[in-house]
Design a protein around this ligand. Structure first.
Ligand SMILES: Nc1nc2c(ncn2[C@@H]2O[C@H](COP(=O)(O)OP(=O)(O)O)[C@@H](O)[C@H]2O)c(=O)[nH]1
Ligand SMILES: [Mg+2]
Length: 402
């Protein structure tokens, strides 16, 4: 068990001894020369002194400031828990841009790399012919949606053209837009924190650099802005810098933070985090995890163990296994999803760095190939640059010609 004493605790501790002193003087009948002090019954001094002491000294489980004992896991991994200062107010004002406009800006490169290439095929002629169709097939295969989705999309468009329901090249984009919307709509499902699952536990996974820690900060801020209390756990225990990065964000967004020493067993830190979130009655617990190459068996085993340990402590936990995918890696994100889902059972996806990628079309492939909801999209490094995924808003922004 561990608890970091703050300056307020030391002051309360000293005050408790003042009350003890007053109690002793009262029962000994020593006059301090202040009439009102001797009129107060001695038991009030005693109770106050005991209360202040108990408040300062963390008592396992029953005390709100205490961390519960470290059950069944390596005893040397003593975690440190810190409470946040007031969340930092945003410095300076940014010009306000609507969410749709921001998404549009963020998707500009993908628009060029995905939509731009397809519409170029149809700009070349005024009638749809075989050549145009085979160019469309080739172009779709060259985008980042993956072979399977490219063929599916092509077949659907070809079917509509051959059935005679479209003959104008400019109308084909509308069909493709409707098909893409249809695929994405099925995976639109916002992350809802139910009242009866507190703490709601989110285990955040993904390879190094995909944006896990940044997304955790953005999520924490979102939850805190919605009136929820949040605790963050540094489960990427192998990289000291990763722990520091999360600690920095926790204090900036106003979340509790728990860490252990470098190299500690991640499942043990996650377990401590869950215990702490339960005893502190936090609404949301977000666990960061390591992201060494996902093909490494030991990483997957480590993540599986963390999931198992959490589930043993509280049924149904983790409620959400969020996979963070970097849009700049294009089709590799499909393979990453396959790996993480096979081993962990991913329950939600966040696609980050759409703003820096021309390969954001991969979202269509992921939505088509997996039965996993897309929860959010990341369109920048700022805290506000995480948007809940809305298929309609996304498709409108993606297909919009400027
Ligand atoms: N442009 C952009 N950068 C992002 C986004 N999300 C994360 N990043 C950046 O990606 C880098 C890696 O992010 P980090 O959260 O440390 O990744 P982790 O290793 O998975 O925890 C950092 O420089 C982030 O600022 C995003 O949506 N857009
Ligand atoms: Mg990280």
């Amino acid at each position: 068990m561990s608890y970091k004493f703050s300056i307020h605790d030391y002051i309360l501790f000293l005050i408790s001894y003042v009350f003890f002193f007053l109690f002793i003087t009262q029962i000994q009948g020593i006059s301090l020369g202040v009439a009102i002090l001797s009129e107060i019954p001695s038991w009030i001094y005693l109770i106050t002194a005991i209360f202040l002491n108990v408040w300062v000294i963390p008592i396992p489980v029953i005390h709100p400031k205490s961390l519960p004992p470290h059950k069944g896991l390596e005893a040397e991994q003593i975690p440190t828990i810190t409470s946040p200062p007031m969340a930092e107010k945003k410095k300076g004002k940014k010009p306000s841009v609507s969410l749709t406009a921001k998404l549009q800006q963020g998707l500009a490169k993908t628009h060029k790399g995905f939509i731009g290439r397809i519409s170029a095929v149809f700009a070349r002629g005024s009638v749809i012919d075989e050549k145009m169709l085979s160019e469309l097939e080739e172009t779709l295969l060259g985008t980042d949606i993956g072979v399977k989705t490219a063929y599916m999309l092509f077949e659907r468009v070809e079917e509509r053209i051959k059935s005679g329901s479209v003959d104008d090249p400019s109308a084909v984009m509308d069909i493709i837009k409707a098909e893409v919307l249809d695929i994405l709509k099925k995976k639109e499902s916002p992350l809802i924190i139910p009242d009866d699952s507190r703490p709601f536990v989110i285990m955040v996974t993904g390879v190094n650099g995909s944006g896990k820690t940044t997304t955790i900060a953005k999520l924490a801020r979102r939850f805190i802005n919605n009136g929820m209390s949040v605790m963050l756990v540094a489960g990427d225990t192998f990289r000291a810098a990763a722990v520091e990065q999360l600690e920095h964000w926790a204090s900036r967004v106003g979340a509790d933070f728990l860490k252990a020493h470098t190299g500690a067993d991640p499942s043990s830190v996650a377990f401590d985090g869950l215990n702490a979130a339960i005893s502190r009655k936090r609404d949301v617990l977000i666990i960061d995890t390591a992201g060494r190459l996902h093909t490494k068996v030991d990483l997957m085993e480590e993540l599986k163990k963390t999931k198992r340990v959490l589930g043993k402590r509280l049924t149904g936990v983790p409620h959400e296994i969020l996979l963070i995918l970097d849009a700049t890696i294009g089709q590799n994100a499909i393979e990453q999803t396959r790996q993480f889902d096979k081993d962990l059972g991913v329950t939600g996806i966040v696609l980050t760095k759409l703003d820096g990628s021309s390969k954001g079309g991969v979202i269509v492939g992921i939505a088509n190939e997996f039965d996993i909801p897309i929860r959010f999209v990341g369109i920048g490094e700022d805290m506000d640059d995480l948007q809940p995924f809305s298929a309609q808003v996304f498709v409108d922004a993606l297909f919009l010609d400027k």
